[in-house]
Design a protein around this ligand. Sequence first.
Ligand code: HEC
Ligand code: HEC
Length: 193
Amino acid sequence: MSIKKLLITMAVAAVLIVPAAGFSDTIAEGERLGKTCAGCHGTAGNTPGTYIGKIGGQNSAYMSKVLKEFSADKRPASVEMSIVAKGYSDIQLESVAAYYASLKWVNSDNPVDSKKILAGKAMASDNGCLDCHGIKGEGIGEFPRIGGQNKGYLYEVMKRYRSGDISSDEMSMLSDFSDDQLDQLANFFSGIR
Ligand code: HEC
Ligand code: HEC
């Protein structure tokens, strides 16, 4: 190998190795800082019950964004999360988000109703929900994963977008939906496998 080629190879290797090492440090730091989350979000972010969202395997970009918003009181709807997030710096919140995002997503086992699923599925395709959230609701970048999420959480959080409690340009479309329709959407997305 010529010197020039060797130098290029080394430069490429350095670029590949440095962020990777930094990334695993971030995850380890996030694991250490994120132990307290388990009290409400369960082991490995696989939140039991129905009314609190799962965070294990949720998108990192989305979680970083909402955690910083909780901390800055830009998401006043959740008192618990505002208090929790204020205990961390923004960089620490990014580490915690990276740690939970690195874990395996486990689908909800909340019971779902097959009639509501059919109605919810039709509404989801008519309204472009899958275009942003992915064909199986698996999430893309800042568009959160909603497929396999806990049903009660999906229903409650959609009501908060509808009322404007949580403001989001993308989700303001829910203002036209009835409680029944949100329930059908929650059944469909929670039941996606
Ligand atoms: C005291 C209970 C409690 C603790 C501790 C807690 N959370 Fe939460 N978390 C909640 C509740 C309740 C919600 C739902 C808030 C809402 O509906 O707006 C929530 C929501 C979230 C969300 C938004 C979920 C979504 O899908 O949009 C994220 C992300 C989150 N928590 C991460 C964390 C992290 C990371 C920690 C630890 C640093 C943590 N939580 C600790 C109760 C808690
Ligand atoms: C233009 C893209 C877009 C479309 C279309 C869209 N969403 Fe969203 N959705 C988002 C974004 C972005 C967020 C995060 C907003 C925030 O910061 O709170 C979100 C958040 C959500 C959440 C909360 C997730 C959580 O973990 O808290 C649910 C549930 C949801 N959307 C359901 C739907 C449903 C149902 C539809 C169709 C009726 C839909 N979305 C259509 C972009 C979209």
